[in-house]
Design a binder for this molecule. Structure first.
Ligand SMILES: Cc1ncc(COP(=O)(O)O)c(C=O)c1O
Length: 269
């Protein structure tokens, strides 16, 4: 059941984020919300989107699942739009030991509704005002996150250092390294390269003991759930990047020697 009309915007092939210059093409007088994703930890220019929607009744819901701690002009992601949504899935920059998440908003009425939704539509025990669901953060995850939160800047700095090292050491002309733009923070949830020989490179890395991953092999408009409703949609950059992208290992504990080993393999390929 599709309850809303979704319009997808093509990506910028350099940042892999939504190409905000194409956003206005899909905004109509029925548009209720825009969901920009800070993909791979690369911070997207939400301030630009805010300018586009100024004066319109359109909510900006930042998807910060991969960008905890990222900043745009000194402001934390998730605090620029109307809502900021975070995931604490274990592999995320701030990860719990199970599932969890967070929604930020400075709209107190909407925050109240969201707080009720996460607890079966209830704000008072055994009183249910709206239909909700169970999306409570359990105490064990909260305890883990409280400790890890103190270290998030260190975790992100370690990721950035690894990404810089990859960028310095990868010099294979058939490989495009991710862009690092000083105006937009990048907290490198993923370190994603592009190459025409992606599948061969992945096999070569695997044969040499290095895992890599394809984030993401199928663009959203080509997923089974949307492919009939969006059959006429063509998102050229997203489709092209999905054929060429490969994410190399990155996590705060990854050793410099291992980064060099992986970069060397990419160069030798
Ligand atoms: C960009 C992005 N948005 C949303 C989600 C969903 O997060 P969760 O699985 O915690 O609901 C993820 C998780 O993989 C993600 O990477």
């Amino acid at each position: 059941m599709q309850i809303v009309n979704l319009f997808f915007v093509d990506i910028d092939p350099v940042t892999f984020n939504m190409d905000v210059t194409k956003l206005e093409e899909v905004i109509t007088d029925k548009t209720k919300a825009i969901i920009p994703v800070h993909l791979f930890g690369q911070v997207l220019d939400v301030a630009y989107i805010k300018e586009i929607v100024q004066g319109k009744d359109i909510a900006i819901i930042e998807d910060c699942a991969q960008a905890f701690g990222g900043k745009l002009n000194g402001k934390q992601v998730g605090t620029i739009g109307d809502f900021g949504c975070f995931s604490f899935f274990p592999s995320k920059n701030l990860g719990a030991y199970g599932d969890g998440g967070l929604i930020l908003s400075n709209n107190s009425a909407k925050s109240k509704t969201i707080t009720m939704l996460r607890n079966h539509g209830s704000s008072r025990r055994y009183h249910h005002d709206i239909i909700g669901f169970n999306s409570r953060l359990d105490e064990i995850q909260a305890a883990v996150l409280r400790i890890k939160l103190k270290h998030i800047d260190g975790f992100n700095d370690a990721r950035k250092k690894i990404a810089m090292q990859y960028n310095d050491e990868i010099n294979n002309p058939r490989v495009t390294a991710p862009s690092i733009n000083k105006n937009f923070d990048h907290v490198f949830h993923q370190y994603t390269i592009l190459t025409n020989n992606r599948d061969d490179l992945q096999t070569y890395l695997r044969e040499n003991g290095v895992s890599s991953a394809i984030y993401y092999p199928i663009p959203i408009h080509k997923q089974n759930v949307y492919k009939s409703s969006h059959a006429n949609v063509a998102l050229k950059n997203a489709e092209d990047v999905a054929q060429k992208c490969l994410s190399l290992p990155i996590y705060p504990e990854l050793k410099s020697d291992d980064v060099s080993y992986i970069a060397n393999l990419v160069n030798k390929f």
